[in-house]
Ligand binder design. Sequence first.
Ligand code: ASP
Length: 448
Amino acid sequence: MWKGEKSVMIKVCKFGGTSMADGTNLLRVKAILDSDEARRYVVVSAPGKRFGGDIKITDLLYETAKDVRETGRTGEAFEKVKDRFRGIVRELNLDFDIETLLLGTEGEILRENSEDFAASRGEYLSGRVMAALLGIPFIDARAVVKFDAAGKLDGERTFSLLREALKGKPRAVVAGFYGEDYRGKVKTFSRGGSDISGAIVARAAGADLYENWTDVSGFLACDPRIVPSPARITALSYKELRELSYMGADVLHSESIFPVREADIPIRIKNTFRPEDEGTDILPTSKYRFTGRTVTGIAGKKNFTVIFIEKSLMNAEIGFTHKVLGVLFKHNISFEHMPSGIDTMSFVIDSEQLKNGVLEEICEDIKAAVSPNNLRIYDDIALIAVVGHGMSRNVGTSARLFGAIAGAGINVRMIDQGSSELNIIVGVDNENYERTLKAVYDEFFTEA
Ligand code: ASP
């Protein structure tokens, strides 16, 4: 519950692939929508997996696009798509002419011969079925979500077209994941992009809340594969989410926060299969209330390489950093962190980028550019981000953090504290990754 939550009038609800996977789940979605009048606008994904090993409709459609490109015909994958939608309509006992719709869609996929167009049909068809089930209008995202010539969302046009389309419609279903490019062709967001569509609709509708319905009950404070049954995060700020999601906590598409953040709209992650669970609220600063917790969440990733450079009087040498950055730029390398000392500087880089001799070339170029006294490489480094607004408020956070890591007998390879004091990044050897996460979790989450 945040400040002002009681006055919520309009909710935009996005339902993910599992929520749309079969007829039974669509009925769950309908029950969720029917139970709250504020849930007025609905954004849907394509049907996802019904069980482990099942194939998502979107993946079948990418396969279909390949078939069309290679053979000029839709193949077996599209037969499966048709069967899935027929099955859903049958299960729902809906009076809806799915055959004609599928036939028309197949013709369009052949004519368009475009990967994005084919992939978008999962959301288009599931949106059409959902609108029929709810008995409310369907809005084709093609007419309202527009991309500019650079392939970026054209926010201004999109919001005004959508606002216009929603006007006079107390309820509606909008297909997620796609829009139209500047040439009038269908274009999709990147995978998982219906989250972005939901945020766009929330913004255009002037929603008080963007509910993102998925198959988990929100964010956990740590990876459950490493720490058994970690605490649930009931509320976090947009900034905390950003730090955690770039380090691998992936419940929500990372780009989906931008449209709602600018309009101060909170996001709530909810579980379609356990609607009674509280979920996680992602809040703009104006609505965020400090919970008293020191650390909000812990996330991490393995497989980084550290390039360590040492040179006496580096601090006095004008242009030193510029030259080193020039080498990284030349090789098209992005880095995650750059911890530095008076005569030292390190770059933490995702090892994936340094394969096939790239690392060796970079080292040679750095030597040529700045003649360091010492250039060392540390491989197989894992990064752990400890995130929370509470860290700057509570004295002694880093003492506790490093005490816990030392207590577990783990050597810290690198430390970087973000200048916002919102996070501390710790680098350890890959092999100590799991043990570090556990030690840090125990320190901050099993407190009395
Ligand atoms: N259906 C798309 C995908 O599988 C988009 C989404 O579900 O958000 O990536």
